[in-house]
Design a protein around this ligand. Structure first.
Ligand code: HEM
Ligand code: HEM
Ligand code: FE2
Length: 511
């Protein structure tokens, strides 16, 4: 073997050993977090693939008809999304819990078993979705196959399993904080997890009256994404800013309290914007319109917060990709949820836009902007530690082209898709609602107009752009920091030392 090749092999072995050693130096919670992150990314890929299939069926309705119908593709697309984001959040919380509490994870073994149980259940549910695509609407269907509630279609057996798994997750997190120390972030986080899990129960309350059923279903869907998920990512963001920028705890905690107060203040009664047309009393028009119109305020606060903190540190961060995605989160949340939500939230407007592609436009940008972004940021933070706290600031060996281009392609793809859907939605509101008066014929008329059809074509084009971005992102996640020997850049608040917790010293305690 030529000497050069022998050296290459040697270097590869040394590198592999280094990687393995780093895994061993991770805490139990961190190792668990990596598993959750891995499943999250697999499901992100599944979400994209099923989204592409559903998008193609808009253009070629006969594509896979009878084999993999649109309703199934759409269901897997959005369920994979909810589940991967939940996995991302659980992973993030396991990643930060020991660092924040200053002690080892309580119930680490149980938490591991929990991961495998939850993941097997998710796999079974998805396989059943794909295998049993049609059937009678009987109790057995609800219990074993599909509950028929958009976003939370999981059958009843899985519902109960999910509640149990969430209980175990909650026990390990709250238990760890109780054993260690509490902080503003952890207190907010634990209270929020109670609300998050509690709300899921409202989605299990099945009635045959569709209005009543929808009434409770929105408690999960709206109160999750516009209240408890927002607060959860607020906690993750606060911690993330301390890690990447060395932001001061007092500052991020103060912002967190302000944001939480505003979020719950507007988001809980903002629920009313889903009660406009489902047969609930008329007073919801006023309540829903008014409070949901206030919902963008905390989202503006979140942008100000992130940009203020980053600016204060001259954008000097220990982890550039993570900081870039945290900022993408602040803006994406504001645009997708705040601006795109606001534009159709007043009943006078929603009367025309309700359930059109306008809604899909908002749904895409809000979920991506608010939640996909922050999970990706936390994965970058985790990877840096896993690689051995290596350098991830400017001057990466590949000049960081992979993370930069994946960030660009994913965000440009999503913006393009959002705008294409918005144009299609405008057209539907005019032709189907304003001119056609919402008749059955007008519903179809709206979907044959050139602006609608072209909107669907552009959605596909930008969907492919996003998919390319995702491939690049996964490639980067697998390779970034490999073979890097420089230690991570030190960051601290210019106004003073940032305290023991922020220095990360505690997270380095061997398990
Ligand atoms: C990150 C936070 C948010 C996410 C993930 C999100 C996501 C969604 C999704 C997926 C839908 C469609 C639901 C369905 O299938 O029927 C929806 C509907 C809606 N959202 Fe949001 N949203 C968020 C925040 C907001 C905010 C802050 C506002 C108002 C300012 C808002 C206003 C609305 C309205 C009015 C509808 C009903 C649309 C219709 O009538 O068809 N959303 N949202
Ligand atoms: C390859 C990229 C993607 C394509 C082609 C795609 C396509 C689709 C299609 C065709 C639907 C059904 C729309 C309808 O029923 O009218 C849909 C729904 C949805 N997708 Fe995507 N999608 C993609 C990526 C994403 C991403 C990255 C997210 C969020 C992170 C997302 C979130 C959603 C949501 C929330 C809905 C439900 C919207 C509603 O009910 O209004 N999608 N998508
Ligand atoms: Fe809502």
């Amino acid at each position: 073997m030529p000497a050069e090749a022998a050296m290459d092999v040697g270097a590869a072995v040394a590198e592999d050993t280094a990687v393995a050693l780093n895994t061993r130096s991770l805490t139990a919670g961190q190792r668990l977090a990596l598993k959750y992150f891995t499943v999250a990314m697999v499901l992100f890929v599944a979400q994209m693939l099923f989204g592409l299939l559903a998008g193609i069926q808009f253009l070629y309705p006969e594509f896979l008809y009878g084999v993999l119908d649109f309703n199934v593709n759409r269901m897997v697309h959005i369920n994979a999304m909810i589940v991967w984001m939940l996995y991302g959040f659980i992973g993030s919380v396991y990643w930060l819990v020991e660092d924040e509490a200053g002690v080892e994870l309580v119930g680490a073994k149980l938490a591991n078993i929990n991961f495998w149980v939850l993941t097997s259940a998710v796999a079974v549910v998805v396989v059943v979705y794909l295998v049993v695509q049609v059937g009678p609407g009987k109790q057995s269907t609800i219990w074993l196959i599909n509950e028929g509630r958009e976003y939370i279609e999981a059958p009843r057996w899985a519902d109960i399993g999910i509640v149990v798994c969430m209980g175990v997750f909650f026990y390990t997190i709250a238990g760890t904080f109780m054993k260690g120390r509490w902080s503003g972030i952890s207190g907010t986080l634990v209270l929020d997890l109670i609300a998050l899990a509690g709300l899921y129960l409202a989605g299990m309350f099945y009635t045959t009256n569709l209005s009543v059923d929808q009434y409770w279903w929105w408690w999960v869907v709206h109160l999750w994404v516009e209240a408890t998920w927002e607060v959860l990512v607020g906690c993750i963001m606060a911690w993330g800013l301390m890690k990447t920028l060395g932001a001061r705890r007092e500052i991020v905690t103060t912002w967190l309290y302000i944001e939480v107060a505003l979020m719950f203040g507007a988001g809980i009664l903002g629920l009313g914007h889903h009660y406009f047309w489902i047969g609930t009393p008329e007073y919801w028009l006023g309540i829903g319109g008014f409070f949901s119109a206030l919902e963008p305020i905390p989202l503006v606060a979140m942008v100000v917060h992130a940009v203020y903190d980053a600016g204060r540190h001259g954008f000097q961060s220990s982890n550039h990709p993570a900081l870039a995605w945290l900022i993408a989160h602040a803006f994406g949340n504001f645009l997708g949820a705040g601006v795109w939500g606001f534009i159709h939230t007043l009943p006078q407007i929603n009367l025309y836009t309700h359930g059109t592609q306008w809604t899909a436009s908002h749904g895409h940008l809000a979920f991506f902007g608010a939640y996909a972004t922050i999970v990706i940021a936390l994965i970058y933070i985790a990877l840096q530690r896993w690689r051995g706290d290596v350098w991830m600031s400017a001057d990466l060996p590949d000049r960081g082209w992979k993370w930069k281009w994946s960030l660009i392609l994913l965000n440009v793809g999503m913006m393009g898709m959002t705008i294409a859907l918005l144009i299609a939605g405008y057209e539907q509101s005019f032709i189907e609602r304003a001119i056609g008066g919402s008749t059955w014929a007008a519903f179809f008329e709206g979907q044959t107009q050139p602006w609608f059809v072209q909107g669907m074509q552009w959605r596909m084009i930008f969907g492919v752009v996003m998919t390319a971005g995702l491939v690049l992102l996964l490639w980067d996640l697998l390779t970034i920091g490999r073979g890097e020997t420089r230690p991570a850049k030190e960051v601290h608040d210019p106004a003073g030392p940032s305290g023991a917790i922020e220095s990360g010293a505690l997270s380095r305690a061997p398990v």
